[in-house]
Each structure stands twice: as structure tokens, then as C-alpha cells.
Design a protein. Structure first.
Length: 366
């Protein structure tokens, strides 16, 4: 079945890479060594971690469509590593607050695959960027708690957002430093690497370029979070497309009462509903990716629309996919259940659909 194409040149390459390397059984659980599956190959073989990093800083100098295509194809095979978190959110935040890469972090991400997670959110809706009880003093000592830190369980470094003496601050903190506790969350998608980060007088080093005003830092946080929302939307349309393909294939081969279940009108209607949901999500994601690529004025609206529509559509698709497969679809062993867990987890990241609909209402003055 035809799927969403965000990068005609890169996406087929990525599809072949994932198709030849991904092992679903290994992707169901968190890696024992703390290194996401295929992480080294992503750095050395396809270079996707540096897609948004400028060439002068060791990256590919590509754009949002290319990274979104990589995330979509990863979602299709059920890979849950911190690609969107590191290559998207972290790189975008660093590009805005440290444009010259004085910290060297963007180069290390692109060339060495350094895993850096952004610890910014403190509310249960994963959408409030204004609430920040985490504080830092002039010396870089930080205290507070961060929730829903995407990829923190795998992180080698953390970018902690806090309220400093002069406004919002961003500090680099080692996860194993004194005063830092990273608590992996017992999430529905254990391979995602979600964690809570508790800081109690932890020492950080500012990565914000000297002279950068507080408004610029706030804007950088908003832009990076918004990119995370769009990339997560691309992730779930990838997994939803896979579930639809699996469901159609199963319906065409599963027989009942001497006929394939695909011939039953009730099953046909379910499959068509799944297709319709996915198509609306594809359109929303495609528009958001295009707007972010050129920094269009309506990018905030389209990003929230994509996250809300994609996550809602993905849940419809995976739920119906389970129903089409019957009892086997509920089991841990079947692929559909893996995508169900991933869609459920992604729904909570970078703003719930409800939070994004509220943002759209605010943007439109409703």
C-alpha cells in the first residue's frame, strides 16, 4: 500500500537499511547495555544523527523532511530509540542557543553518536514549557525534577532547562554526576528510554552563547519542542502504516466459514476506516514537515495539528488492527501489539492531543 513519502531521495535508502537490520524481538525491550539497538550503524552507515547538523560542524546539512523521513521509516519497523530526541530536539535546541557549536556537542552527535537528552518538562501533559520549578544559580548548581525525558535512560549527557538568575538557562549535566538521579520509567514502551531526572545541587555547564537573551532561549525551547512533536507524529504514522499493511495482509489470508475475512463487509469497513484515518494523519504530517522546513509563519499551528491528528489516528488504526487480527493480535509475540504499545507511549510525548488542540484554539483565538 502506498505510504507517505517525505524525502524521495533518502527515504528508500532508509527503508532498505531498516528492512535489513531491524529485529522486532530485540526492539521490544530496553537494551541491557544502555545503548540503543543499531545506534552505531545509524552513525557510521547512514549518518542520520547528523542530518540537521551543518556540514561545517560535521553533519549532513540536510533538513527537517530528511530527518522526518528517517523517523517515519524507523517507526514503520517498530524501532524506539532516541532518534527524534537526539537528532531532532537536542540538535535544534543547540543550534539556537549555541550556533557556533562552541560546546562541540553537535559535532560529537553527528560524528560520534553522542546521546544527549533534553530535560525540560515538569508537567503531566508534557506540553507546558512555561512551568519550571527547576532553578540554577550563577555557579551552575541546579535543583529540580524533570518528567518525560525522552531517551534519558540512554543518555550520555543531559541538557537541563532551568530558571537562572537572568531567566531561562540550559546547562550540560552528566547523568552520573553527583546530585543527579536518572530514574527510568516503567513505560508501556520499555524500549523508548523515558526517564525522570532528579537534580539536587548538580553541577552544570551553560551551553548558551554569551549575549543570548532570555527571549531567544525561550524561543529555542519552543522550536525544539515543536520539532519533537512533529517527529513523533511522523513516527506514529509510520507504525500505523505498518499496522494497516499487516491487517490487510492478514484479512486476505485468514479464512472463516470457508471465505477470507477480507470478503466480509464488516471487515472491509474496518479496513477502510483505518485507511481514512491514516490518510488524514499523513496529510497533517506532510504539511507540518513542509512548514517547519521553511519556518513558515503557521508552523506552530501545523505542528500541533499534526501531533494531535497523527496520534489520534494511530490509536484508531492500532486498536482496529488488534481487532482484525483477533486473539493473536493481543499477544506479546505478535507485531501488532508492539506497535500498539509504541503508539500509546508516543501519544504522551511532546504534548498530548488534548494539549495540542488547546494550543490550536489559543493560536486561532477561539
Amino acid at each position: 500500500m502506498k505510504s507517505l513519502v517525505l524525502s524521495p531521495d533518502l527515504q528508500p535508502v532508509l527503508a532498505r537499511f531498516w528492512g535489513g537490520h531491524a529485529d522486532l524481538d530485540e526492539q521490544r525491550v530496553a537494551p541491557a547495555d544502555g545503548v540503543p539497538l543499531l545506534w552505531r550503524e545509524l552513525v557510521e552507515d547512514v549518518g542520520v544523527l547528523g542530518l540537521l547538523v551543518e556540514e561545517e560542524h560535521g553533519g549532513q546539512g540536510a533538513g527537517v523532511p530528511e530527518l522526518a523521513a528517517a523517523v517515519l521509516e524507523a517507526g514503520r519497523v517498530g524501532w524506539a530509540g532516541p532518534l527524534a530526541s537526539v537528532a531532532g530536539v537536542t540538535v535544534r535546541l543547540l543550534a539556537r542557543v549555541d550556533p557556533a557549536d562552541a560546546s562541540g556537542l553537535r559535532r560529537r552527535i553527528a560524528e560520534d553518536g553522542l546521546r544527549v537528552a533534553v530535560a525540560a518538562l515538569e508537567t503531566s501533559d508534557a506540553a507546558d514549557l512555561e512551568t519550571c520549578a527547576t532553578v540554577s544559580d550563577a555557579s551552575g548548581r541546579i535543583a529540580g525534577t524533570k518528567l518525560f525525558v525522552d531517551g534519558a535512560a540512554f543518555a550520555e549527557q543531559l541538557l537541563v532547562v532551568s530558571q537562572g538568575p537572568d531567566g531561562p538557562a540550559v546547562h550540560l549535566v552528566a547523568p552520573d554526576a553527583p546530585g543527579v538521579t536518572v530514574r527510568p520509567v516503567d513505560a508501556v514502551d520499555p524500549a523508548r528510554g523515558l526517564a525522570e531526572v532528579v537534580l539536587d545541587g548538580a553541577q552544570g555547564v551553560s551551553v548558551v552563547e554569551e549575549g543570548t537573551g532570555p527571549d531567544r532561549v525561550r524561543e529555542a525551547l519552543a522550536e525544539s519542542w515543536m520539532l519533537g512533536a512533529v517527529l513523533t507524529a511522523a513516527d506514529v504514522v509510520g507504525l500505523a502504516a505498518r499496522v494497516l499493511d499487516l491487517s490487510v495482509g492478514y484479512a486476505r489470508t485468514r479464512t472463516q466459514f470457508g471465505r477470507t475475512i477480507a470478503s466480509f463487509q464488516a471487515v472491509k469497513h474496518v479496513l477502510v476506516d483505518m485507511y481514512a484515518e491514516l490518510e488524514t494523519a499523513n496529510s497533517a504530517v506532510e504539511a507540518a514537515v513542509a512548514d517547519l522546513a521553511v519556518e513558515a509563519e503557521r508552523r506552530h499551528f501545523s505542528a500541533s495539528a499534526a501531533k494531535a491528528r497523527a496520534c489520534d489516528a494511530a490509536m484508531v488504526v492500532v486498536r482496529q488492527g488488534v481487532q482484525v487480527h483477533g486473539g493473536i493480535g493481543f499477544t506479546w509475540e505478535h507485531e501488532v501489539s508492539h506497535h500498539f504499545r509504541r503508539a500509546t507511549a508516543a501519544r504522551q510525548l511532546y504534548g498530548t492531543p488534548t494539549a495540542h488542540r488547546s494550543r490550536i484554539a489559543d493560536l486561532e483565538g477561539i
